[in-house]
Design a protein around this ligand. Structure first.
Ligand code: B12
Ligand code: SF4
Length: 481
């Protein structure tokens, strides 16, 4: 059986390898299927999508997407069906999992949908397609029957044991036409970057996050030895010199993190890496191990500089813990990245100002600001929907920043912010971040430093184009709306 795996565009200048599809491709290979893989952002210049369909002649097309990739997914599915109208299409990913029926209704060309963790469902689906199982038996599958949408019961999550027994994702298929690269701020150059996941799931309940949709807020850890073997393989076979740990909160268990670091060192894997962590879980001891083992940067979900907002969004962290985490990270010699938000339910412009003041004291190396986007599956989605606050369902514009989006409109308003105030807050916070970053990098007189013009203006002009860049800057400095 020939299966064509497709990853629609995420509008990324530096696309990242789709771990979800890599985890399914290996299942297909184990079942002796032939596979082809197309990543729209990475391969659209080297391959003609339609040509792959004609030449490979798939029996199934499997598409993975998140909310913001919806329109790109539809486009690729429709184009495939124009060539081969009977081609069975199966989709999955976090958006499909949160809104299975709606997705089937919206995407008329989709035949099957997986609404949970994919490995076991996909395994059963391939059996069904080859005639050895009935469709009703495949847990986690949604399908059409006589014009109706039928939803089988949910597939239970893989147990930790099953997760450990999974084969390594099919990296050889994903990298066949070239490894993925990224521009890392701390190297100022473009380097190959590889994803690694050591655990699935996060036990927290932040109201803006859709983490529970697939992973059900249950933490399942892989054995460290298996993760190390994967890193070793990526290093040896594909020259991995840098990896991103995709875990939602890598630092939850200090002993495990230390074991991971120890084993990287024991195996002489002097590779740089970065991860996302939760403040309050990092300790100086853990951070010193991480530094020794190659950790270059940690991203922390700061979200807000107003304790009341942190409580409302169930972030389970205090401002003191945030400050401590950034201080000890700096002391350990690791770069820190502050991820902040504006527009959470209950937040007004005064709390945005508090965030700006708070973050300027953190002395973080990097910042980013996101506008609250109530992704399906999050608590905020339900609250915003119930209150009629959602402003549009233009899924491909469901992104938390206006960068790269024409005619961006925040997805939702809230009790305290309309869409204008949301945008104003975003630009206010981003401006504060930008100025503090420029002063730190180039000094108070940054505008007379030639490096500032080269790094910050010319490079960005090249990537965003004159129109995009000018519009972004005018909004950032409050000159245009
Ligand atoms: C790595 C990552 C990225 C990478 C790459 C994503 C990629 N290539 O797929 C990058 C950096 C590009 C990225 C960008 C963004 N991301 Co992101 N990202 C992630 C992250 C951390 C890991 C994804 C992953 O690999 N998971 C592990 C794999 C194994 O899981 P999976 O992909 O879900 O796949 C499993 C199942 O879903 C299912 N499945 C998936 N596809 C299919 C297909 C079929 C056919 C079947 C049968 C099953 C199936 O089976 C798989 C195996 O079990 C997730 C968080 C998370 N925990 O998943 C967020 C996450 C996916 N991202 C998210 C968001 C919000 C974004 C951004 C919008 C953020 C931003 N600031 O702009 C952008 C989008 C950019 C754009 N313009 O579209 C949200 C998605 C919310 C949503 N509903 O869309 C998530 C869930 C984080 C969160 N909790 O909020 N992201
Ligand atoms: S925001 Fe982070 S800590 Fe909160 S639930 Fe989502 S993944 Fe977990």
């Amino acid at each position: 059986m020939n299966i064509f795996f497709v990853h629609p565009s995420a509008r990324s200048r530096f696309p990242e390898p789709p771990m979800g599809l890599a985890s399914l491709i290996i299942i297909a290979l184990r079942k002796n299927c032939k596979v082809a893989f197309y990543d729209e952002d990475k391969h659209n210049k080297s391959f003609v999508y339609e040509d792959i369909i004609r030449e490979f002649n798939p029996d199934i097309i499997a598409v993975s997407f998140m909310t913001s990739q919806f329109a790109f997914a539809r486009n690729l599915i429709d184009r495939a069906k124009r060539i081969k109208p009977d081609l069975p299409v199966i989709v999955g990913g976090v958006h499909a999992a949160a809104l299975p029926e709606d997705t089937m209704l919206d995407l008329g060309n989709v035949n099957y949908l997986c609404y949970g963790e994919g490995e076991k469902t996909f395994d059963g689906f391939v059996d069904y397609m080859s005639g050895s199982k009935r469709v009703e038996e495949i847990k986690g599958l949604v399908f059409r029957r006589n014009g109706e949408i039928v939803k089988n019961t949910l597939m239970p999550l893989l147990s930790a044991d099953e997760l450990n027994k999974l084969q390594m994702p099919a990296w050889d298929v994903i990298y066949k036409h070239g490894v993925y690269t990224s521009a890392l701020t701390y190297w100022n150059k473009i380097v190959p970057v590889f994803p690694v996941i050591t655990a699935r799931g996060c036990p927290y309940h932040c109201t803006f996050c859709d983490e529970g949709t697939i992973w059900k807020r249950i933490l399942r850890e892989r054995e460290i030895d298996a993760v190390i073997n994967e890193v070793k393989y990526l290093h040896k076979k594909w020259g991995a010199g840098h990896f991103n740990i995709l875990d939602d909160t890598f630092t939850l268990k200090p002993k495990r993190v230390i074991e991971f670091c120890d084993k990287l060192l024991e195996n002489n894997l002097t590779i740089n890496w970065r991860c996302t962590a939760k403040v309050g879980t990092v300790t100086p001891e853990m951070l010193s191990y991480m530094k020794k083992a190659g950790c270059k940067m940690i991203a922390y979900g700061v979200e807000s500089g107003d304790q009341q907002i942190l409580n409302l969004i169930m972030k389970k962290q205090t401002l003191e813990q945030v400050k401590d985490a950034f201080r000890i990270t700096k002391e350990a010699g690791i770069m820190s990245f502050a991820l902040c938000m504006v527009g959470n339910i209950g937040e007004d412009f005064e709390s945005v100002k508090k965030t700006a003041r708070f973050v300027s004291e953190l002395n973080a190396d990097l910042f980013s600001c996101a506008i609250m986007t109530p992704y399906p599956g999050s608590e905020n989605f339900e609250v915003c929907k119930k209150n009629g606050w959602i402003l549009h369902y233009d899924w491909d514009k469901w992104v938390p920043t206006p960068i790269n989006i024409r005619e961006f409109v925040p997805v939702s308003r809230t009790d305290k912010m309309d869409r204008h105030l949301m945008l104003k807050s975003y630009y206010y916070l981003s401006r504060k971040f930008l100025i503090s970053k420029l002063v730190r990098r180039y000094g108070k007189l940054f505008f007379v430093n030639p490096r500032f013009y080269y790094n910050e203006i010319i490079t960005r002009l090249k990537s965003a184009g004159l129109h995009g860049f000018t519009r972004h800057m005018l909004r950032l400095f409050g000159i245009a709306k």
